[in-house]
Structures are given as structure tokens and as C-alpha cells.
Design a protein around this ligand. Structure first.
Ligand code: NAD
Length: 419
């Protein structure tokens, strides 16, 4: 267990963040930067130990940033929820995944809400940053807190401020990404706006937590359906011998009404493949249907198979067990995160077709229990799935290995076929 933090700052400058992952840790460092003393609470002992040793588990936060925060006494990690009793603001940043039926799984969110409740000081502001369906703050978190809070904490404040972090993006940060805040009443709103204004350049107040929660689902669903549109369009272009990326570049010259999205192996990560299914589930609960979103989800899920088939077409005819090398297995460029990566489905489909599959990703040391191979691995075709820096494709090109390029970064290179 991590040590119980003793913060010397007055309570109104102490905050606690539940969950120290891709969302919670950058928020912690941004809050430290803004003058807050931060207690990072996480239920994973190994992560807490790693954090307190000054070793950052995520790419966007350097060890030196974390170490500076620790040595200044402004940051400490712990597994002990009682530490939140000294905070005036608590943000919840725990995962909100899908369950076996691909429906919202709020187990971690519920357990985080329950775990902090007995330690809440009077007048604490509790903010949910986790992505979830509208009504999660009001109908899930608040009832749990009210059931388990101490009698003395009769006045608590609540808001929803969905996180918009974009891992691997050094331009859009916690500070310069505008933040939506929707609170349950005027005093909660006043406190939540003041808190986020201390950290972010732009804070937008919306009328209710449900508006903020729904806006987050809309943002990510917007990406999902546009990526699906481009993935479908890619297949139509390919049937007609047209390079889709040239078409997208051409369309993007229109100064209004068009946003370029790029095709790929599918969608991955904790957000884009997951959040829209919170929306479809929420719609079903109310007797509605989000058919357009469901259709987009199916198109994206069909992409790994499409990519596999395109790659196998590049292999010498008659080869029954081709060796296929997947280059880049993280779900996006610049990160080591392989959660929900579409390359899993790509690999599985290739295996089902009898291929021998190996992979290489400079940022991923181990993937689903398997180790990477080097670029020297003798293969019959390579699939450039994700453009990670350090993938030197010329090593393969010079050996005459055909490459299917899903990244639009090798266009025009001899031996390379664009998606
Ligand atoms: N990763 C992103 O790009 C991103 C962007 C915007 C929003 N979000 C949302 O933010 C939320 C958090 O996502 P993340 O990517 O930071 O997850 P993560 O897996 O990177 O980190 C979550 C952390 O929370 C800890 N944790 C889990 N349950 C806990 C509990 N009950 N108590 C204390 N700690 C607990 C885990 O050990 C882990 O360290 C999710 O709702 C996600 O949808 C994520």
C-alpha cells in the first residue's frame, strides 16, 4: 500500500484524483502546475509504487515532470482512499469499459464512488471525468455517495467534466483544451468552474451534467462514424482503382463543410470503439435506436478482415502459409497503448487463413503475451498498420517485401500498395 499522504497545504488547495492512468495522471500534473497539491489514488499497488518512485507509466508525462512534482511535495500517489478526506476537490478518472455483452460496465466507477464516500469532508466538490452515458453522475454516482458518506458531510457538490485528453498529442493538452462543466446546482457549478479555470485556459459551463456527458459521447461518436464513412469509401475507391487518400486531400481543399478523416485497420483505444456503444445502449434503454452508429461500428469492425484480405492478395499465388509481418500494433501513432487495437482482429483473421503472423512496434515491448520480431524477420508481406516512429520500412522495401500501407505515409514508393 502507498503511504498515506500528509499534504501541508490548506484543504482548499488540496485535490485528490481517483485513477492515475492516461486521464488521471496528466490531470494531476496539470493541477500541480496550477499550484494544487495532488493526491493520486489508484487501486493498483504496482502503479502506485511506480508513481512514487518517479517512474511515469504513460508517454505524455515524463519521469522528470513526475519527479519534480514529487520532490516539491505537491504530488503523492496512494492506494488509501482515506487520503481524500483532506481534499476540497475530488475528480474520478477511472475506466468505463464494456462488459462481455459489449454494454456499459460501470463496476470500477461504482467501486470508486463507494470507496471515497466514507472519507468525504463536508463541502467537498466531486467531479466525474470518466466517459459515460447521460445520467451517470445524477443516477449512479450521487446515490452511491449519499448512501455511504459520513453524516458530517451534509453539503457535497457534484459536477461532470468529461475528459478530452488526446494521448500522444503534444499540442492539445489539459491546459489549452477547452473543458465542459455541467453541475447539479448553482453552488456546484460555481465551485467546479473555479476549479477548472485554475487549470484550463477555457472552461465552458453547460446547463446540466447530462449535457456534458452527452456532448462527450457525441464527440467520440462523431469520430467513429466519420472514420467508418472513410473506411467504407476506401473500399469503394479501391474497387475502382482510385487512391482514397488523394481523394481525401482533394476534398479537404474545400474551405468549409468538410473535415478529413483517414482510413485504417479499424478503430482502437479506450474511447472511439467503446463510447459510441454507451450511446447505443443508452438509446435502447429509452426505447430508441442508434442504427446509424451501430452500422458505423460494424463497418469499422469489418476493416481488419478487409485489410487482411488485401494483404494476402500481395502474396505469391499458391503460398498456403504466408508469413505476414504487422508493423505497428498500438491503436494509434505515438503511444504504446494496445487496448482495443484493431490489429488483434487483423492478426486473428490472418491466423484463421493459415498465415504465420509476427509483429513489430518500437513502442510496444509485449503484446497479448507475445514478443516482437525484428524487421529482419523473413516475411512474404508486411502490413504497415500504424505509423510509429522507428519503423524503418526501407529495410523491407530493399529486400523486395511487398507492403500494404494503411498509414498513407509510403505513397508512391515502389513495392508499396496503398490501402
Ligand atoms: N485514454 C483516453 O484517451 C481518454 C480520453 C478521454 C476520456 N477518457 C475516459 O477517462 C476514463 C479513464 O480512462 P484512462 O484512459 O485514464 O484509463 P487507464 O486505464 O489509463 O487508467 C485508469 C486507472 O484507474 C485505476 N483504477 C481503476 N479502478 C479504480 C478504482 N475503483 N479506484 C482507484 N483506481 C482505479 C487503474 O488502476 C488505472 O491506473 C475513462 O472513462 C475513459 O473513457 C479516456
Amino acid at each position: 500500500m502507498g503511504k498515506i499522504p500528509q499534504m501541508s497545504a490548506p484543504q482548499h488547495r488540496i485535490m485528490a484524483i481517483i485513477g492515475q492512468g492516461y486521464v488521471g495522471l496528466p490531470l494531476a500534473m496539470a493541477a500541480v502546475d496550477a499550484g494544487w497539491n495532488v493526491i493520486g489514488v489508484d487501486n493498483f499497488d504496482a502503479r502506485v509504487a511506480q508513481l512514487n518512485m518517479g517512474s511515469s507509466p504513460i508517454e505524455d508525462i515524463s519521469n522528470s515532470t513526475l519527479q519534480a512534482a514529487i520532490s516539491s511535495g505537491s504530488y503523492v500517489a496512494t492506494t488509501d482512499y482515506s487520503a481524500v478526506s483532506s481534499a476540497s476537490v475530488i475528480t474520478i478518472c477511472v475506466p468505463t469499459p464494456l462488459d462481455q455483452k459489449r454494454e456499459p460496465d460501470l463496476t470500477l466507477l461504482r467501486s470508486a464512488a463507494k470507496a471515497i464516500s466514507p472519507y468525504l469532508a463536508n463541502e467537498t466538490l466531486i467531479v466525474s471525468e470518466s466517459t459515460s452515458f447521460p445520467g451517470t453522475l445524477r443516477d449512479v454516482i450521487i446515490p452511491i455517495v449519499n448512501q455511504h458518506k459520513p453524516k458530517e458531510s451534509h453539503e457535497l457538490y457534484f459536477a461532470s467534466a468529461p475528459e478530452r485528453v488526446n494521448p500522444g498529442d503534444s499540442y492539445w493538452t489539459q491546459k489549452n483544451t477547452p473543458r465542459l462543466v455541467g453541475a447539479i446546482n448553482e453552488e456546484s457549478s460555481h465551485r467546479a468552474l473555479a476549479f477548472y479555470k485554475s487549470i484550463c485556459d477555457g472552461v465552458i459551463s453547460v446547463s446540466t451534467p447530462e449535457v456534458a456527458e452527452a456532448a462527450k459521447l457525441l464527440e467520440n461518436t462523431f469520430r467513429l462514424v466519420n472514420i467508418a464513412l472513410i473506411n467504407e469509401f476506401t473500399q469503394l475507391c479501391s474497387l475502382n482503382g482510385i487512391n482514397v487518400n488523394q481523394v481525401i486531400d482533394a476534398a479537404a481543399t474545400k474551405p468549409y463543410g468538410f473535415m478529413p478523416f483517414r482510413p485504417g485497420v479499424g478503430v482502437g483505444g479506450h474511447c472511439i470503439p467503446v463510447d459510441p456503444l454507451y450511446l447505443t445502449w443508452w438509446a435502447r434503454q429509452r426505447g430508441g435506436a442508434a442504427t446509424f452508429v451501430e452500422s458505423a461500428d460494424s463497418i469499422n469492425h469489418a476493416m481488419p478482415r478487409y485489410v487482411a484480405e488485401r494483404a494476402l492478395q500481395l502474396v505469391e499465388p499458391g503460398l498456403t502459409n504466408p508469413k505476414v509481418l504487422i508493423l505497428g500494433v498500438a491503436y494509434k501513432s505515438g503511444v504504446s497503448d494496445v487496448r482495443e487495437t484493431p490489429t488483434s482482429e487483423l492478426r486473428d483473421y490472418l491466423l484463421s487463413k493459415g498465415a504465420e503472423v509476427a509483429w513489430f512496434d518500437p513502442l510496444v515491448p509485449v503484446w497479448e503475451g507475445s514478443n516482437p520480431v525484428s524487421l529482419e524477420w523473413p516475411c512474404d508481406v508486411a502490413i504497415f498498420a500504424m505509423n510509429q516512429s522507428g519503423i524503418h520500412t526501407n529495410q523491407l522495401i530493399s529486400r523486395g517485401v511487398p507492403i500494404l500501407d494503411c498509414t498513407n505515409s509510403l505513397f508512391g514508393t515502389i513495392g508499396v500498395t496503398s490501402l
